[in-house]
Design a protein around this ligand. Structure first.
Ligand code: HPA
Length: 302
């Protein structure tokens, strides 16, 4: 587990009997991310600029990489290992549509008991590896009554309803500012590109606000009603921590949700993980196609 204790590298001097520590210090988190980034750098010829997080059911895309190098999360210092079925944890480096990418096949979740710093550690390491674009995917429940299971939704913005924030605590100033701007957390140009790619594939795609919950319970109908009133279109239990940290590091984000079910209270059905998996499987081919073509289109802009 990562510790959040800061290790001052600075020299302390005593002035008029008062100990003054000079502000040149580095954190455990930064040095651990540096160590992990250098380990990863040694495993690949070309460090990628594009990272992808594949949510449940989408892991198949990682198997389509050309010239893959796979590393189990267990073998990467600092990477949290998910115990959730369908979230197999490994990192795959390789080429997708001619672009060098690093793919997280599966992710750890806050509800498993990992801290937000632990959940987002891979993003820190990617940032030091030279990643400046992140593509996130997830499954989510539709809170907008016009959505139907199987819809894809470009994430335009999020509501952090987890009650926590990965940037809480001393600022990691080696990565970014104390109060990061979050006015365009899901880069507007990348969203535009995602729309173009979907249109070219003749895939109808929604755009909406993702409400990030702590989980692991699905929401109550009252919580979904609150999300809806607050402008949320979909609810899920991932993504928000990683996107906050990506923004802190200056990484541009594109996000797409697969609406796997209607959120609680919007249909007569009870919610179940098997429905989530079934819908994700049904939509997988279309979803993979959109993400693959998005990476191809992105390569023109890197
Ligand atoms: N709520 C929260 N997370 C989810 C849902 C949901 O309805 N569907 C898939 N992940």
């Amino acid at each position: 587990m990562l510790s959040n204790v800061r290790m001052p590298l600075a020299i302390s001097t005593v002035l008029f009997g008062v100990t003054v520590t000079h502000p040149t210090e580095t954190s455990d988190l930064f040095s651990q991310a540096q160590a992990t980034a250098s380990l990863l750098r040694n495993t690949v010829d070309t460090p990628p600029r594009v990272a992808m997080i594949l949510g449940s059911g989408l892991g198949a895309l990682a198997d389509e990489l050309v010239d893959p190098t796979t590393i189990d999360y267990r073998d990467i210092p600092g990477f949290p290992v998910s115990g959730i079925e369908g979230h197999a944890g490994c990192l795959v480096f390789g080429e997708l549509e001619g672009v060098d990418v690093v793919v997280m096949k599966g992710r750890a979740h806050y509800y498993e008991g990992w801290s937000m710093k632990e959940v987002t550690f891979p993003i820190r390491a990617f940032s030091l590896l030279g990643v400046d674009h992140l593509v996130v995917t997830n499954s989510a429940g539709g809170a907008d009554p016009d959505y139907i299971p199987g819809d894809l939704m470009i994430i335009s913005d999020h509501l952090n309803l987890t009650g926590d924030n990965p940037l809480r605590g001393p600022n990691e100033s080696d990565f970014g500012p104390r109060f990061p701007d979050m006015t365009d957390p899901y880069d507007s140009e990348l969203r535009e590109l995602m729309h173009q790619v979907a249109a070219d594939l003749d895939v109808s795609i929604k755009e909406g606000v993702y409400a990030g919950m702590a989980g692991p319970t699905y929401e109550t109908p009252a919580e979904v009603a609150m999300v809806r009133q607050g402008g949320g279109d979909a609810v899920g239990m991932s993504t928000v921590p990683e996107v906050i940290v990506a923004n802190h590091c200056g990484i541009k984000v594109a996000g797409v949700s697969c609406i796997t079910n209607m959120a609680a209270g919007l249909s007569d059905q009870k919610l179940s993980h098997s429905e989530v998996k079934e819908t994700a499987d049904r939509v997988r081919e279309t979803f993979v196609g959109v993400i693959r073509n998005f990476v191809a289109a992105l390569s023109q802009r890197l």
